[in-house]
Design a binder for this molecule. Structure first.
Ligand code: ADP
Length: 743
């Protein structure tokens, strides 16, 4: 048996943004382990055809592909691979190249094919032997074949992974398109039907609708539950308009149908609305736009992490191990049996076909179900009637600290969900400064219309942490306005302020009320949450800027030193580096030494001397006080004289701006929903718990504010434990100039 592993990678089925990141990671990780690696061009078609379709890869053959959409090694649908004859030919080609392991990046169709291929492997080898295609010695070297799958699918339709490669980018395209449609629809008070992909999976429709504040959504897993849904839908849109909404948007998944299984097309929805609303209704079918464009930051890092994990899996596998799929669960890489993944994915489609919608929905993740439910409330034209018996809480909401994209989305969700539950929602302006001055107003259902998509802080925010007389003033306002609970959306300022209120309770009993902080900071430096609102948007802003900077340097040998925000937290720098293929990332957590800079310089000089054309270093703004961006640039420029030149790029506030990314909008809505639940429950119990919320280990959890100072490094305003630090190894490996390079 052949002990040495030699692997191949292919992309198959529908292309998806982020596939290239995965291919790059597979190739470089394998080479770094001393393993030969091949790319099979055009998916299974290339495997069946063999010859020049199977190409040995080196370190540089996957250079410069990270930011490209689609797949550079090509993908195809291959009829021949559906037949045993085709698979026999494929097996022969693999054996001819000495390949004994395969990493497949594709959708459930491609993975099903892979599973069949793996099951047939020994019989295929036997047949090749019998027909004289290979000799006995060769056959003996290939008793087993290793397979690892990565799900590349924009639909996010594979059960067992939270996200598939490409889904986040597709959601970016959908969100951009609906945002654009919303602005024109609002100008003319129009109704639009937007059709998005998703045959058996309403993920894109549901998340797209949630992110853009659409009015109605139709998904395959949960068809409308009433016979006269067209009347209900039209009525909802009509009432919304009457109450001040300027646009109406219906999002439709391509696989949508009614309870009886009758397909619902965009023209059906259009006709139903035109007839009932007596106005023109426009249809936009997004189609392949959703597959297009550059991969989002998330898809680049997801593809990278999955590609790395796939190689580690295949290299540590025993020869007869069953095939696995690499997934992401709770923000961590997982391995799950391929067969189980395929079966569970099919189970959803089967439940839909059998019209067992409860089952179809139950097979979806809890967050998906939660979003779908929330969506129904947020899209209402006005809240449910108030129960006169119910205690109506007076809940104050404010922003604090620097603005972060997603803050407004959180307020929108909190206000609508709060009003729907009968509470009085008080919007406090300009952070704790405005709070002390009593700047607040009662928010109504329409007051936050359009807030889902807007960046910045529409409530107004302020960086002031209340002290001394502020505390007295705030206590007075709480008493005067009879505030029962507080929701604070913000960054370090918000947490420090809330912590201060907690510690001042002895002097100010008014602060004994339930309070919750929602993490919102592009720096991602808040405890209790792996990701804070705004960080994903900032990361996407960074990669957009760096992509452009890289393009600007085609003609010269040039090194860019890009400075990114983050305060003392290196999240944006590291993830930015991972998503743009930077060769070096400077973090405060690691520090910068002159010795390290000299080594980096040597490597750069060597690289440029040997044909390199572009260098990219990313530096966190506070990585080192003395060795700042200008210092590093001057040092490199002076020493690299005649070989390469150096330019700084300080990205600055563009990182904070722009509309929130879909992920930040979805996360904002989830945080707001659960924070509201928390406040209502604590009020009900008569508790005065002060907490912060966050996503940790895949769950949204609350943490006691009393723990705040224990779990953070106060001096550097960051959590003691930062999960993303474990990704530094992958970043370093992939950024090398060649395999096995020592830093
Ligand atoms: P996706 O992988 O995106 O779901 P498809 O379902 O079109 O896309 O599958 C891509 C390719 O995978 C097909 O063209 C075929 O070559 C292979 N494939 C799909 N299903 C099977 C199967 N049941 N048996 C063998 N090969 C399959």
């Amino acid at each position: 048996m052949n002990e040495k592993k030699r692997i191949a990678v292919l992309t198959s089925g529908g292309d998806a943004q982020g596939m290239n990141a995965a291919v790059r990671a597979v190739v470089r990780t394998a080479l770094n382990e001393g393993v030969d690696v091949y790319a099979i061009y055009e998916g299974y078609q290339g495997m069946v055809e063999g010859g020049s379709r199977i190409v040995a890869m080196d370190w540089n053959s996957v250079g410069g592909i990270l930011q490209i959409g689609g797949t550079v090694i090509g993908s195809a649908r291959c009829k021949k691979f559906l037949t045993r004859e085709g698979r026999l030919q494929a097996a022969h080609n693999l054996i001819m190249h000495g390949i004994n392991g395969l990493i497949i990046i594709g959708g459930d169709g491609s993975l099903t094919g892979a599973n069949i291929f793996r099951e047939e492997w020994s019989s295929l080898v036997e047949e090749l032997l019998e027909t004289g295609k290979i000799d006995a010695e060769t056959a003996a070297e290939y008793p087993h074949f290793l397979i690892v799958g990565l799900v590349g699918s924009i639909d996010n339709d594979f059960t067992g992974t939270d996200m598939t490669i490409g889904a986040d980018s597709a959601l970016h395209r959908i969100t951009e398109a609906i945002d654009a449609i919303t602005s024109t629809a609002a100008s003319h008070q129009r109704t639009f039907v937007v059709k998005v992909m998703g045959r058996n999976c309403g993920y894109l429709a549901c998340m797209g609708a949630l992110a853009t504040g659409a009015d109605w959504v139709l998904i395959p897993e949960s068809p409308p539950d009433v016979e006269n849904w067209k009347d209900v839908m039209a009525n909802r849109l009509h009432t919304g308009r009457k109450h001040g909404r300027r646009d109406s948007i219906v999002v439709l998944a391509e696989g949508a149908h009614d309870r009886d299984g009758n397909y619902i097309g965009s023209s059906d929805v259009q006709a139903a609305l035109e007839e009932r609303l007596q106005e023109d209704v426009r249809v936009t079918v997004l189609g392949h736009v959703q597959r297009g464009g550059n991969p989002s930051a998330f898809d680049r890092t997801l593809g990278t992490r999955m590609g790395y994990e796939a190689v580690r899996t295949i290299l540590s596998a025993k020869p007869d191990d069953a095939p696995v799929v690499i997934g992401i669960k709770n923000n961590r890489m997982t391995r799950l049996p391929l067969l189980e993944g395929i079966q569970n994915t099919r189970a959803v489609a089967e439940a839909i076909n059998a019209k067992d919608y409860d089952k179809a929905m139950s097979l979806r993740s809890t967050s998906f179900i939660e979003v779908f439910r929330t969506l129904r409330t947020l899209g209402r034209a006005f809240p449910h009637p108030i129960d006169p018996e119910q205690k109506r809480l007076r809940i104050g909401i404010l922003h604090a600290g620097a603005p972060a994209p997603g803050m407004n989305t959180a307020v929108r969700a909190a206000v609508r969900l709060g009003l729907d539950q009968g509470h009085i929602m008080l919007g406090i302006h300009n952070g704790f400064d405005g709070f002390a001055k009593g700047e607040m107003e009662e928010m109504d259902w329409m007051s936050i219309s359009g807030w889902a998509a807007q960046g910045g802080s529409l409530l107004g925010t302020n960086r002031r942490v209340p002290q001394g007389s502020d505390l007295y003033a705030i206590a007075r306002v709480i008493e005067d306005k009879q505030i029962d609970a507080l929701m604070i959306i913000g960054g370090w300022t918000a947490y420090e302020a809330s912590h201060t209120l907690l510690n001042s309770r002895k002097n100010y009993p008014a602060f004994k009320l339930p309070m919750i902080c929602i993490p919102a900071s592009i720096n991602n430096n808040l405890p209790g949450s792996e990701l804070s609102l705004g960080a994903d948007t900032a990361l996407n802003n960074i990669i957009d800027a760096v992509d452009k900077i890289k393009q600007s340097a085609v003609a010269t040998e040039r090194c860019f030193v890009v400075e990114v925000m983050g305060h003392y937290c290196g999240y944006l720098a590291l993830m930015g580096g991972l998503a743009t293929g930077a060769e070096r990332v400077y973090l405060h957590e690691e520090g910068i030494t002159l010795d390290a800079l000299q080594k980096d310089l040597k490597k750069l000089t060597y690289g440029f001397d040997h044909g390199k054309r572009l260098g990219l270093m990313i530096r966190n703004e506070y990585a080192n006080k003395i060795y700042d961006t200008n210092f590093i640039c001057s040092l490199f420029e002076e020493e690299g004289k005649g070989i390469f030149d150096v330019r700084p790029a300080i990205l600055g506030h563009l990182q904070q701006g722009g509309n929130p990314s879909p992920f930040d909008r979805i996360q904002a809505t989830r945080f707001a929903n659960l924070s509201l639940q928390f406040l209502a429950e604590e009020c009900e119990k008569g508790s005065d718990r002060n907490a912060f919320i966050g996503m940790r280990d895949g769950k949204v959890q609350t943490h006691d504010m009393r723990d705040f100072d224990r779990i953070v490094e106060f001096e550097y305003q960051r959590p003691r434990d930062q999960w993303w630090m474990e990704l530094r190894g992958i970043a370093r490996l992939l950024a090398q100039h060649g395999p096995g390079e020592k830093r």
